[in-house]
Design a protein around this ligand. Structure first.
Ligand code: H79
Length: 423
């Protein structure tokens, strides 16, 4: 089991950088994908968006090209979010994009477009469903109708919802060709593991998609010595990067992927202009890789089907950097060396990449690498950098190598990468 998993996950741990796409009816109110819950909007009141949804500029080929240019290797798109609206042509509900004025299966178009750019494709599927009648509302902590007296005595047959959910996941696993990732969101309180009939769900998915990767949000403990069938293949820290990566109980590395937003919302939010800079995001990506993890960076397209300009701008800048420096990202992971003062290390075999975030003064000091560096080059143009094993008046001890750089400031303010060829 473990070795079988290990094989099909290699592409993922080599890819390192992916695009998360949160898109649905909530793009119209444009106050984020939790708008229904936060404003306690009823099914009836939310219906106006269903009747309106017509994203005339939806062009997943452009999204795929942008993801590709940014250096991303895969994508994950919301087939259904918590609001229950389906962007795919499900036979099990009328609440789907093919019944809106758009009349399109957006998931079909997405998988085709991204595959065409040689990007791996994943689907996000929400375990929560605020539209389906049998999903508990009154006592649920998140449902828009929580605590609403009108729902107090309503009866729910949760097993009907679980049947529906399994049926939809089966549709996704059988009607959209080879999927690389199924990304479930999320388990809470008693709604975890067996409550979702998660073992059967995972068996069904894997029988249809033998190489698919499944995230760890169906419940269970991925870090255990004997993880449950439904514990998944990779961990998903959200809006944070684990301090030292993720390891199981035996100390073996667990594949992980940090998912982060560019501003402060996943779904489109018209007034949220709190965007991170390309520099911040590139450094976060490097941090993930330096800890053996991936970065899944979100975009929230608007009601016209356009990725916000601010996000496009940042992705283009990331692409410009990746174009020169992606050898220090793809196929790379953690080095055994402790985090250096000036930035981060990533490593691929005998190639060690020094990501310099802070210029400091004088030589770049490589602690622990005395006598171990064959060659050093600036990754962006492969220009030689002199390495020495001695520095006059060095008080740092005897184990250092030194990069005799001649710059006053950093050649690349975002992240100057030096490729070190180890002996
Ligand atoms: O799909 C994205 C989010 O909608 C979903 N997971 C990512 C990938 C998610 N975000 N947060 N959660 C699930 C957990 C719930 C957080 C909450 Fe809240 C805190 C719910 C209520 C308070 C965040 C802040 C959402 C509304 C306010």
């Amino acid at each position: 089991m473990t070795s079988k998993k290990a094989k099909s996950i290699d592409w993922f741990t080599n890819a390192r950088f992916g695009m998360f796409i949160h898109w649905g009816l909530y793009a119209i109110p444009a106050r984020g994908e939790w708008v229904r819950s936060q404003e306690r909007i009823s099914n009836e009141d939310y219906e106006i968006y269903f009747r309106e949804f017509n994203p005339i500029n939806y062009n997943p080929h452009e999204w795929a090209q942008l993801a590709k240019y940014a250096g991303m290797k895969y994508a994950v798109m919301t087939a259904k979010h918590h609001d229950g609206f389906c962007l795919f042509d499900s036979k099990l509900t009328d609440y789907k994009s093919t019944n809106t004025p758009a009349k399109r299966d957006f998931i079909k178009e997405y998988v085709d477009a991204f595959r065409k750019e040689n990007l791996r494709v994943g689907l996000y599927y929400s375990l929560l469903d605020w539209h389906y009648d049998e999903y508990p509302a009154y006592n649920d902590p998140y449902h828009p109708m929580r605590g609403n007296e009108l729902f107090k005595n309503k009866e729910y047959d949760f097993s009907k919802y679980v049947d529906y959910m399994h049926g939809q996941v089966r549709e996704l696993a059988t009607n959209y060709g080879k999927l690389d990732i199924m990304w479930f969101d999320f388990s809470y309180e008693d709604k975890t593991g067996d409550a979702w009939r998660a073992s059967d769900l995972v068996k069904m998915i894997r029988s249809n998609q033998p190489e698919i990767l499944i995230n760890s949000r169906l419940g269970g403990n991925l870090k255990s010595k004997n993880p449950e069938i439904y514990a998944g293949d990779f961990a998903t820290p959200e809006q944070m990067i684990p301090t030292e990566g993720v390891f199981d109980e035996l100390g073996n590395p667990v594949p992980w992927e940090a998912c982060i937003t560019m501003n402060d919302h996943w779904g489109y939010c018209a007034v949220d202009k709190n965007f991170k800079s390309a520099k911040q995001i590139i450094r976060l990506l490097v941090e993930c890789v330096s800890k053996d993890g991936n970065l899944l960076l979100n975009v929230g397209p608007n009601a016209k089907g356009e990725i916000p300009e601010e996000s496009v701008e940042v992705l283009l800048q990331i692409g410009k950097w990746m174009n020169k420096n992606s050898d220090s990202i793809y196929n790379c992971g953690l080095s055994e060396l402790p985090k250096p003062e000036w930035g981060r290390y990533t490593k691929n075999g005998k190639k060690l990449y020094a990501h310099i975030f802070e210029r400091g003064l004088g030589p770049i000091v490589l602690k622990g690498l005395k006598g171990k560096v064959n060659k050093a080059r600036l990754l962006s143009d492969l220009s030689e950098i002199k390495v020495t094993d001695y520095w006059h008046d060095n008080l740092d001890g005897q184990d250092c190598a030194f990069l005799d750089v001649q710059w006053a400031g950093l050649p690349d303010e975002i992240d100057t990468v030096i490729e070190l060829e180890l002996k």
